[in-house]
Design a protein around this ligand. Structure first.
Ligand SMILES: Cc1cc2nc3c(=O)[nH]c(=O)nc-3n(C[C@H](O)[C@H](O)[C@H](O)COP(=O)(O)OP(=O)(O)OC[C@H]3O[C@@H](n4cnc5c(N)ncnc54)[C@H](O)[C@@H]3O)c2cc1C
Length: 413
């Protein structure tokens, strides 16, 4: 017998759906499942948690959030498959859980297109459980050196964390710069220098061909033929939507779960939100998975509204990130190129604004991120910036700075 709303996944997307739904509906039965043993947590707060022991940002809604919301939370309960005709989920223990309406919020798992990634002992930093295993090894003194494959956002964040915990870190990246998806070469160079000064050894233009070993990992083989030796080997090679359990269900997937503007899948009564969902990009309209926290929460709001009977379309995913652990503020928003590039560099601060067809399509700020909210707002609203073109690099760019009919808000990041 189908009953209530079932949310698969307890990340920022899942818990946001539960919270908003409960706020407006005290009666509906809500069940939330997580494959992990922890209360709902925010992955961006993990590094800080391991450094400082802080819990309030990690368990950002409170450890007791599910009790408070009267949500039946089933931790350590991975879902294995979905049968939409029966409105049923098969759980890892073989039991079936029925739903009236389903929210897919399983986020992303490690994407590791490197041979040997599944050998025993290859670590990752994609979930709290995985991260805890790695940090436990460091704290127990078993891990004094680490080789991290992949210098994207997570690889760099992890390298800095491990270095701060006293581990000697080598970071291997096949591209010619750090975080190449989000940083243009000049910004990436500044970040590279900061990370190097912090003590991380960085190998750019270096492809890891394989994690080596029989059953257990014993090294990382590089395209140069060299084999890295460390106490711990970490795959930080990317993130892929967790959709394996949807195989054969009829729910349409591409890289992620395909959804419409109301975050509905092609199957009745099934929604998807967060890193698992492939939505349209707010600027380009292309379908993409922009796996960042604010997008997950915004999509979850659309789902909650839908479950409550309100059709509030999703505005589209944004591409933006701010780096927290460098000791220098870095903000990367939108495209890293444009027909025109405005640039200023002084006193350790770099500002770059990319324009196409007279509109902002992206910007990078290092060292001084003032004005970011206004730049972002101008970008999202596709405002023609011709009249104030020369002032876009001014860090004092502020909400009250413009007047007249330019609708600008210094939105928070
Ligand atoms: C180290 C790190 C740092 C980050 N830093 C930032 C940052 O600074 N800024 C930013 O915007 N974003 C950051 N992100 C990305 C951000 O954390 C994600 O965009 C966000 O967590 C997505 O939320 P979600 O709910 O969609 O998925 P997730 O947070 O991945 O949650 C997925 C949930 O689904 C559960 N699950 C998965 N499969 C199953 C299954 N089969 N059955 C049951 N449950 C399942 C998991 O246990 C988990 O509870 C970071 C991510 C990481 C890993």
């Amino acid at each position: 017998m189908a009953s209530g709303v079932v949310i698969v996944g307890a990340g920022p997307a899942g818990i946001t759906v539960a919270e908003l739904l409960r706020e407006h509906d005290r009666e509906v039965a809500i069940t939330m499942l997580s494959s992990e043993p922890h209360p709902p947590y925010a992955p961006p707060a993990m590094a800080d948690h391991f450094l400082t022991g802080r819990e309030d940002t990690l368990f950002w809604k409170g450890r007791d959030v599910c009790d408070r919301l009267n949500v039946h939370y089933r931790a350590s309960t991975p879902v294995k498959s979905l049968a939409p005709q029966a409105h049923g989920l098969t759980l890892a223990d073989g039991s079936v859980l029925n739903y009236a309406r389903l929210v897919i919020a399983t986020g992303g798992g490690l994407y590791a297109p490197v041979a040997g990634h599944d050998l025993q002992g290859v670590y990752n930093f994609k979930s709290l459980s995985a991260a805890q295993r790695l940090v436990d090894g460091v704290r127990a003194g078993r891990i004094r050196s680490a080789a991290i494959v992949g210098a994207g956002f997570i690889g760099v964040e992890l390298a800095l964390l491990l270095q701060d915990l006293g581990v000697t870190v080598t970071l291997v990246e096949m591209e010619d710069r750090l975080m190449w998806r989000m940083l243009d070469p000049e910004t990436a160079d500044i970040v590279l220098e900061i990370v190097r000064v912090r003590g991380v050894e960085i190998r750019l233009n270096t492809r890891a061909e394989a994690f080596t070993g029989d059953r257990e990992v014993t090294g990382v083989k590089l395209d140069s033929g060299e084999e890295l030796d460390a106490d711990a080997y970490v795959a930080a090679t990317g993130v892929r939507p967790a959709i394996d359990w949807l195989k054969g269900s009829g729910v349409e997937t591409n890289w992620g779960v395909l959804v419409d503007d109301l975050q509905r899948t092609n199957v009745a009564d099934i929604y998807a939100a967060g890193d698992v969902a492939e939505t349209k990009d707010r600027m380009t309209g292309e379908r993409f998975v922009h796996a960042i926290f604010p997008n997950a929460v915004a999509q979850a709001r659309v789902v909650a509204n839908g479950l409550l009977g309100f059709e509030v379309p999703y505005e589209g995913a944004e591409s933006m990130n701010s780096l927290k652990h460098l000791g220098v503020e870095v903000m990367a928003v939108g495209s890293q190129t444009g027909q025109e590039e405005l640039r200023s560099r002084n006193d350790g601060a770099l500002r770059k604004v990319f324009l196409s067809d007279g509109r902002i399509v992206g910007f990078r700020l290092v060292g001084d991120v003032r004005g970011a909210g206004v730049l972002r707002s101008l970008m999202l609203r596709r405002v023609e910036v011709g009249p104030f073109h020369d002032r876009l690099l001014d860090p004092r760019l502020g909400a009250t700075w413009f007047s007249g009919n330019v609708p600008v808000h210094a939105s928070s990041f």
